[in-house]
Design a protein around this ligand. Structure first.
Ligand code: NAG
Ligand code: NAG
Ligand code: NAG
Length: 705
């Protein structure tokens, strides 16, 4: 703004400008516009979803390249600087599968057809053949035969129960049901228990509505032939390029080296339908399983085996290096172009992907279009906003991880925050997870957005329900694309959606019809996600002071420490270093909040013209960099890629989010071994956490010793 003549009109203009500059979000009128009804459209968002989900679009296929082109076209027409960033990564596809069951030595084998069925009137019947044969990505190829054992959800504790029953799974093929832990963990644990093969089925108790005999398209439940496919890879990113980007001609590990890495499962596995699972269960004799291992409705009585049923499982997959495509759209910041606020969602889907993930992609495109309209009205962000549409998430968060690895140092020095939405809508019920300095921001933003299911209240009111404050999840799991941002670099991040699970997850029935009928009939929840996700991004991008509060981080850490105190009260572990470091963090958080207030107050008119922008920037940098300090270059013990010592995945369940994962794992081990040395290692892990918390406090203070 350059004004050269001093007139009455000038003074009037000046007054209005100074008012805007003094308000905490100078661009708040644009922010109100962003979430207003005039810019929101359930029609366009449902159209995006319909277009994206016309065909199955697995990573590495032409259909997914076409979906990328669509995303690119919407970004470009919304006035984003847009491009496709390709990587060449290891993906696997099924070549052949066969599964047969010999129920008893005297009966003939039953061969399963392993097909998901279309239904009369299915609008996607003509493209159903493009759905990949049901398989587990990165499963070991092989041909195995064995007595079958039923292992419930396939958790470590389920095998403990079996052991108590005297059942030895060594040399058997286990039948596990989906629903409690990550499928890669199911197969890994089965292998560690000595099984030679793994079948994972969807029990109608969990996915079929209890067996009422009605399912999609009449009801939301998974049909009996429905199969949940998915990856069983236990790592993150391209397994052939750990820690570096998969560019076209880059260095790659050999198959042997990848296997040594330990993240690939080592026995064949196959996902199967509820109907096939039940047929196999009928061929399992032996002791009756516990009540909580049973099915529902008119399901047979589940027994644990082994046998007498014998299963023959044969699987061949091929691993190829395929091109994947991240689509990136950028709106450059006006004042701080070198500070990034990043929004991300993946595009690749196991089948049609109406819920997972393209409900999120549709919301991302809606945000692009609304930001395009704000730009037309004269808005420019203070900081750079980057919209990312990831590829190959389903195989193991590959597109996002390669990008983060390639841009590590740029992101580490410039990224303010990463905001993830995978599937935007599964069902009613808003939830959010975040690193704790974003808690307050989430609470405030949800107060600005209407509850899509009850227009007389805000999303915040719906979220908290009858409690006084919301429950905010944490980002320790490897469940979605925030993992590399948080766990590899230490970028403040959030993740959000409506609903958690849904019965047709990763099956052929995750299509537009299901979404329209059951997930979000009027697409109002989609619109709410776009509004909230975009509003948070706008606040982060436009606020003069980065809106982080580390007080909530300290409070959260205090909670973890209390839990620890209880868990190891009798173990003579000294938690004082941790206690002290958290106190330091708390103090630092208070001090920086006060410093911010001081700068704001000292900026009163007319000193606005002398404002010390360097002071603001320096304070913001401390807020941005403090999260990085929670990472340690050595990473978690035995899992050095995971650098964050506060949040990381649990060892035995990649979907399980762990706080203090290193301490947690050390305790688990020490409880098992109960040696002086193993408890000493717990103490070492406590020290490590104390050190990173202390480093974070130092960053917030801007202290050198
Ligand atoms: C289980 O069976 C395997 C092979 O049959 C045997 O080597 C192993 O010792 C058995 N384990 C137990 C705990 O009995
Ligand atoms: C909608 O929200 C209002 C305000 O919180 C509440 O009183 C009302 O009971 C809600 N209606 C429904 C159907 O939940
Ligand atoms: C959009 O919302 C209106 C009002 O609730 C509804 O009538 C309409 O069917 C919705 N459009 C779509 C595509 O769902």
């Amino acid at each position: 703004m350059i004004i050269k003549t001093a007139t009455a009109a000038f003074l009037a203009i000046l007054t209005s400008f100074t008012f805007l500059l003094f308000s905490p979000t100078p661009k708040s009128s644009y922010h109100s516009l962003f979430i207003s009804d005039s810019l929101s459209s359930n029609t366009s968002i449902s159209r995006h979803l319909h277009t994206l989900t016309r065909r199955p679009h697995v990573a590495g296929t032409p259909a997914n390249a076409a979906a990328a082109a669509y995303v690119l076209s919407i970004f470009t027409s919304s006035n984003l600087l847009s491009r496709i960033t390709p990587y060449h990564v290891a993906l696997t596809y099924p070549i052949s599968r066969s599964l047969s069951l010999t129920p008893s030595p005297s009966s003939p084998p039953i061969t399963f057809d392993l097909q998901q069925e279309t239904y009369p009137g299915d609008p996607y019947a003509d493209v159903a053949a493009e759905v990949l044969p049901t398989f587990h990505a990165f499963a070991k190829s092989g041909d195995v035969t064995g007595h079958v054992v039923y292992v419930n959800y396939g958790r470590v504790e389920d095998y403990e129960t079996l052991k108590k029953m005297g059942v030895n799974v060594s040399g058997t093929i286990v039948l596990a049901r989906y629903g409690e832990i990550y499928r890669g963990s199911i197969v890994q644990i089965a292998y560690e228990q000595g099984a030679v093969g793994t079948l994972v089925y969807t029990d109608r108790k969990d996915y079929g509505g209890g067996g009422g005999g009605r399912w999609f398209p009449e009801e939301k439940w998974l049909p009996p032939s429905g199969v949940q496919v998915g990856t069983v890879y236990n790592g993150i990113g391209d397994p052939t390029t750990p820690g570096w980007a998969s560019s076209e001609e880059c260095e790659r590990l050999s198959d042997e080296e990848v296997e040594k890495g330990g993240d690939l499962t080592l026995i064949p596995s196959l996902p199967i339908s509820g109907a096939d699972g039940e047929t196999i269960l009928r061929a399992i004799g032996g002791q009756v399983a516990n009540d909580d291992w049973q099915g529902s409705g008119d399901a047979p009585t589940y027994r644990v085996g082994p046998g007498p049923g014998v299963v023959h499982l044969s699987y061949a997959g091929k691993q190829v290096i395929e091109q994947i495509e991240n689509v990136i759209g950028v709106i450059e910041g006006e004042e701080e172009p070198d500070r990034f606020v990043i929004l991300g969602n993946h595009r690749d889907a196991w089948t049609f992907g109406a819920v997972d993930p393209n409900s999120g992609t549709a919301a991302l495109l809606e945000i692009a279009q609304r930001l395009g309209k704000l730009q037309e009205k004269g808005w420019k962000p203070r900081r750079t906003i980057i919209l990312c549409n990831w590829d190959a998430e389903e195989y193991g968060l590959i597109g996002s991880t390669e990008w983060v690895e390639e841009n590590r140092d740029m992101l580490a020095s410039r990224a303010i925050a990463y905001l993830n939405v995978d599937s935007a809508v599964y069902a009613p019920g808003f939830w959010a997870s975040a690193t704790p300095q974003l808690d307050e921001l989430l609470k405030q933003a949800t107060q600005q957005v209407k509850d899509p299911d009850n227009s007389s209240q805000t999303l915040y009111q719906a979220w908290i329900g009858s409690s006084s404050s919301p429950t905010i999840g944490r980002l320790g799991s490897g469940e979605s694309d925030f993992a590399a941002f948080v766990q590899y670099i230490g970028i403040p991040s959030a993740d959000m959606a409506f609903g958690k699970g849904y019965p047709v997850y990763h099956s052929m029935y995750d299509d537009f019809v299901w979404m329209e009928k059951f997930g979000d009939p009027f697409f109002h929840r989609h619109v709410a996600v776009a509004s909230l996700w975009g509003l948070i991004a706008l606040w982060l991008a436009d606020a003069e002071f980065v809106p982080f509060d580390y007080t909530s981080y300290a409070l959260e850490l205090q909670k973890y420490m209390k839990d620890l105190e209880v868990e190891i009260s009798d173990k003579n572990i000294n938690l004082t270093p941790l206690f002290k470091s958290i106190e330091e963090l708390k103090k630092a958080a208070t001090i920086i909040n006060n410093q911010r207030r001081e700068i704001e107050q000292n900026e009163g008119w007319p000193s606005i013209w002398k404002k010390d922008h360097f002071k603001v920037r320096e304070l913001n940098d401390r807020l941005m960099m403090a999260e990085r300090a929670f990472t340690d270059q050595d990473g978690l013990f035995g899992r050095s890629w995971y650098k964050h010592l506060i949040y990381g995945p649990s060892r035995n369940d990649d979907y399980g989010s762990k706080s203090l994962p290193g301490v947690d794992e050390a305790i688990e081990k020490a409880k098992r071994l109960n040696t002086a040395e193993s408890w000493k290692f717990v103490q070492h892990e406590v020290w490590r956490v104390a050190r990173v918390v202390r480093r974070a406090a130092k960053v917030i203070n801007g202290d050198l010793t």
